[in-house]
Design a protein around this ligand. Structure first.
Ligand code: UTP
Length: 415
């Protein structure tokens, strides 16, 4: 069989597949494409997860009903009292190589409006200081004490992988041993219009988008890195977001408290400053850990106060979790729900690229917060927000570049 015959077999099967899913528009420009581009498009089509589209009319987001109750956290006072014991346990695990870290760097940072990987954003004032560099400096504080470098897995996306990997390489991996750093690309889901029709990002490419930060574990498994975790005997993974410049990674006391608690996972939390603060809240639902995202919380839930006037649901998550590795496979079999986000998606229409300035379609994302429920139990570990929570989400206002810079300076970082 010659190449074009092989393609025509694949073309026929693409037509069958797309007809079944009512997505034939993906072949609109097939006739204009050269052999190579046809091959790429047919490969893209073969890999599309069409089942994700069923979520449009039949959301799998777990029910918002149920009985919510607050969690009892290890408070700042409890932690101060037990710090020595926690740190000893954490340092022991770090020195035995039982802990690894996973940096979630696959997001697109749309709110920040920065067209490069968010970690490359310059948070300096008088010098260039990338978020990546600042976070690697935070790691150095731990490795200096433990004397042990932990494995660092960095999840990127198809969109930002090359730039991220190049940036680390050009910066000498920020003095971290190169062989301890492993990059992997997160899986992606198709992006469609409000009518459920999948977009083309180019005439020969299906429009895809990273599958949300909940994809970190399944993507790690799909990248073949689970064998590394098994081989190295890693028992805990510290998963953290790229956008908190005060992020303490592999904090020995946090690891120790999590390990000694015997629970399935642990989350660093801060006390919310106001009911409407845009953070997910760690609580329990029907006796199981649950994180209620700010956009899903009712006013009553967010504003409820106890007899001392404190918010009942007061612990906001900082996107710094410890997961017990042996429980993680549950999150694969339980299937995380998809959350649907309305986004402005560039795509091909009438042969040209259009870049809408308001939402025109859906992206499908799984969230790391949903993994916490699957762990069965979660330790809430309170940290001081001025020392550990400086998210860079927006250009200005709350959780912005300016608020993060102020907090860095407060912590003695020269910008
Ligand atoms: P956010 O939920 O703030 O998303 O990510 P974002 O993409 O960075 O920013 P917006 O919402 O477009 O403005 C929280 C963390 O999860 C990671 C981000 O890189 C960040 O560390 N993330 C998010 C992924 O790794 N993959 C994703 O698909 C989404």
């Amino acid at each position: 069989m010659n190449i074009s015959e092989a393609h025509s077999v694949e073309y026929e099967s693409a037509i069958n597949l797309l007809s079944r899913h009512n997505q034939l528009q993906l072949l609109d420009y097939y006739g204009e494409l050269d052999e190579e581009k046809r091959r790429i498009l047919l490969k893209d089509i073969e890999k599309v997860n069409f089942s994700v589209l069923e979520n449009i009319n039949n959301s799998t987001v777990r029910s918002t009903g149920g009985e919510y109750s607050p969690v009892t956290a290890r408070s700042l006072e409890d932690i101060a009292e037990n710090r020595k014991e926690y740190e000893e346990e954490g340092l022991k695990l770090l020195r035995e190589n039982k802990v690894g870290a996973v940096l979630l760097a696959g997001g697109q940072g749309t709110r920040l409006g920065f067209d490069k990987p968010k970690g490359m954003f310059d948070i300096g004032e008088t010098r260039f200081l990338s978020i990546f560099e600042q976070q690697m400096k935070n790691i150095e504080q731990v490795t200096k004490i433990s004397g042990a470098y932990f494995p660092l897995f960095i999840m990127t996306s198809e969109i930002n992988n090359t730039e991220t990997v190049d940036f680390f390489r050009k910066n000498g991996y920020f003095d971290y041993p190169e062989d301890k750093i492993r990059f992997y690309i997160q899986d992606a889901e198709p992006v469609c219009g409000f009518d459920g029709k999948i977009f083309l990002s180019e005439k020969h490419r299906v429009a895809l988008s990273p599958n949300g930060n909940g994809g970190w574990y399944s993507s790690l498994v799909n990248s073949g890195l689970k064998s590394v975790i098994e081989r190295e005997g890693i028992e805990w993974l510290n998963v953290y977001s790229v956008d908190n410049v005060l992020q303490r990674i592999c904090d020995p006391a946090f690891i120790g408290a999590a390990s000694l608690s015997g629970l399935g996972c642990a989350s660093k939390v801060v006390k919310k400053t106001r009911p409407e603060e845009k953070v997910g809240v760690l609580c329990e639902k029907d006796g199981k850990p649950c994180i209620v995202e700010y956009y899903e919380a009712s006013k009553e839930f967010s504003e409820k106060r106890d007899k001392n006037g404190e918010l009942v649901f007061r612990y906001g998550v900082t996107l710094n979790y410890l997961f017990r590795v042996k429980l993680l496979d549950k999150t694969l079999s339980n299937k995380l729900p998809y959350h649907i986000a309305e986004k402005a998606v560039p795509h091909i229409r009438d042969g040209k690229t259009v870049r809408p300035d308001k939402p025109n379609g859906y992206k499908f994302e799984t969230l790391v917060v949903d993994m916490v429920s699957d762990m069965g139990s979660c330790l809430a570990y309170e940290v001081e927000r001025e020392k550990e929570f400086a998210p860079v989400k927006n250009k200005t206002g709350f959780d912005s570049v300016n608020t993060a810079r102020e907090l860095l300076k407060l912590n003695g970082v020269k910008l």
